[in-house]
Design a binder for this molecule. Structure first.
Ligand SMILES: Cc1cc2nc3c(=O)[nH]c(=O)nc-3n(C[C@H](O)[C@H](O)[C@H](O)COP(=O)(O)OP(=O)(O)OC[C@H]3O[C@@H](n4cnc5c(N)ncnc54)[C@H](O)[C@@H]3O)c2cc1C
Length: 520
């Protein structure tokens, strides 16, 4: 039987970040991954010869610059490119709004919709800068308890910020600043990505803050692409980990976390082999970790009940395409134009997005889905043959649990529906598609091991955040069995390709290391 200091379950980006920090501190680490490659939901697929698409996660920005520096990831091949405009929002009447990295430039565009809103935009931006200042230091650190969070509310201004963020919906918050429906709709797009909620759902103001934490090469609030597709990020992490002595096994599933005398002692693999370890770190989602890979007798019943209650109803899917020409947007005919560089949102009004969510609430895929579209090949020609392009369509809402039928039966027809929706704004797209890969919620679960297709290993609402993540009482990466840790997206600060849960979890293991080593 192999024996190591730490066994890590899952070679998603968080597992690889944790492996690097643990190996850098001198520990012997093995990472075990069920699928055929590293990356988890952060991978690149070649869907037709020469066309490389980011299969699930598609835009970068959350990944913490400190991790890039600590682990010297640029030396291991990581390259990112920021995009600008950050967002292009076409409307059915032929107008459009672009949101730029530069606030003055955005204000100028907003003025075409409302002079009053253009004047209000700097105050709105300043509010988010204040939020980022408050929350940024909380990312690479274990979650602060609610009482400590409340103690930040020392003055009326911070209290007001807290009221807006925690209790408001995205629409309520935006209406405090803006009168134009288009401006509100464009800015509300950030509030629904990856959430089973609409922009009028209380708490969605808070979810906007998570998506505003982008940072590429110091450009705070900025988003971009990983050159070569998202998979190049975990590949750099894996190369860095191997250089530090980490062993990574792919095509190898962990069947069971072994517990003896109330202590995690290693894992049993699906092929029957066992790996002994002084610490077991899981980066699989909490339901998969505790309900599928552990003996219930090894965990407290109230903890298991809390895990079963975690809300993780996935509501997104992808259609990834190889295309012969770029989308020609009716609302912005210049092709290629600046608007082809970044994210395009099809969410033209709050009502549109709410209708899309209403379908999903009752188990139906949205008749008119909300979309985020990127054509990475415009800024990164390495992902498509010369003159051709890639098209990634992220679509909501596609509820994991359907009221009737199966995703396998409607996969291609609903893929068509998503493309038709896009074609209402860029009519040339259907004919330009050379190949496509429709990834339904069921595919997300099967291919990436995401329980109930949830991209964040659990909803990111305020009731499942900070010290409530993954479950109340167990938020600092140490789980109820000595030597067992959880540090995937199901832990603070949650989903997205940030590396923060892996970083935080590894540091907690290192804090405990002396006791783990001496008591083994
Ligand atoms: C469709 C979609 C779009 C997204 N878009 C973005 C985006 O644009 N930008 C962004 O920042 N984030 C995005 N995300 C979210 C982001 O990809 C995830 O939150 C993040 O990748 C989670 O990383 P992780 O390492 O915590 O977990 P995962 O990536 O889920 O990795 C966990 C790993 O554990 C493995 N595993 C599970 N069980 C076992 C077992 N028993 N034995 C061995 N291995 C096991 C899995 O195979 C997997 O590789 C998106 C996600 C999806 C699904």
């Amino acid at each position: 039987m192999a024996s190591v200091d730490v066994v890590i379950i899952g070679a998603g980006h968080n597992g690889l970040v944790a492996a690097n920090y643990l190996a850098r501190a001198g520990l012997r680490v093995i990472v075990i991954e069920r699928s055929d490659r590293v990356g988890g939901a952060c991978v690149t697929d070649e869907i037709a010869p020469g066309f490389k698409v980011s299969a699930a996660a598609y835009v970068s920005g959350l990944f913490r610059p400190q991790i890039i520096e600590d682990l010297e990831l640029k030396r291991f091949g990581l390259r990112q490119v920021a995009f600008d405009p950050q967002a292009f929002c076409p409307f059915p009447d032929g107008r459009s709004l672009r949101l730029w990295y530069d606030a003055d430039k955005t204000s100028e565009e907003i003025a075409a919709f409302s002079e009053k809103d253009a004047k209000a935009y700097p105050a709105y931006e300043a509010m988010w800068s204040q939020v980022v200042e408050l929350t940024e230091p909380m990312i690479l650190a274990p979650p602060v308890p609610l009482a400590e969070l409340a103690s930040l509310l020392r003055d009326p201004e911070t209290e007001e910020l807290f009221r807006r963020l925690i209790f408001s919906s995205a629409e309520d918050l935006l209406r405090e600043y803006f009168e134009s429906d288009e401006v509100v709709a464009a800015l509300a797009n950030q509030s629904v990505i990856g959430h089973f909620a609409g922009p009028t759902t209380p708490g969605t103001a808070f979810t906007m803050s998570h998506n505003l934490l982008g940072n590429i090469d110091g450009a705070v609030g900025g988003w971009g692409f990983v050159i070569g597709g998202m998979g190049a990020l975990p590949e750099a992490l894996a190369a860095a980990a191997r250089s530090r002595g980490v062993e990574i096994l792919v095509n190898t599933a962990v069947e069971k976390i072994l517990v003896h005398g109330g202590r995690a002692t290693g894992v049993r693999l699906a092929d029957g082999r066992e790996v002994a370890a002084k610490a077991v770190v899981s980066t699989a989602d909490p339901k998969r970790t505790f309900l599928k890979t552990m003996d219930p007798a090894d965990l407290p019943e109230d903890f298991l009940a809390a895990v079963r209650r975690i809300k993780m109803h996935g509501a997104a899917m992808k259609v990834n395409c190889a295309i012969s020409e770029l989308p020609k947007w009716t609302a912005a005919p210049e092709t290629p134009g600046p608007h082809h560089r970044g994210s395009t949102y099809i969410g033209p009004s709050i009502g549109y997005v709410e209708d899309a969510f209403a379908d999903a609430k009752y188990g139906k895929p949205s008749q008119h889905p909300w979309l985020e579209v990127v054509t990475q090949s415009v800024l990164d020609p390495s992902v498509a043959p010369p003159g051709k392009h890639t098209l990634s369509i992220y679509a909501q809402y596609s509820p994991y649990r359907l009221v009737s039928g199966s995703w396998d039966d409607i996969k291609e027809s609903y893929g068509d529906r998503i493309v038709e929706t896009l074609a209402e704004y860029a009519p040339n797209v259907p004919k330009a598609i050379l190949a496509r890969d429709v990834i339904t919620p069921l595919d997300l679960e099967r291919r990436f091991g995401l329980t109930e297709a949830h991209q964040s290993h659990g909803e990111m609402g305020v009731d499942q955040f900070f010290s409530f993540r993954p479950v109340p009482g167990w938020a600092n990466y140490r789980m109820p069995v000595k030597g067992l840790y959880l540090c995937g997206a199901g832990t603070h600060p949650g989903g997205g390709v940030s590396g923060a849960p892996g970083y935080n979890g590894a540091h907690v293991v290192l804090e405990d290391w002396k006791s783990l080593r001496d008591s083994a």
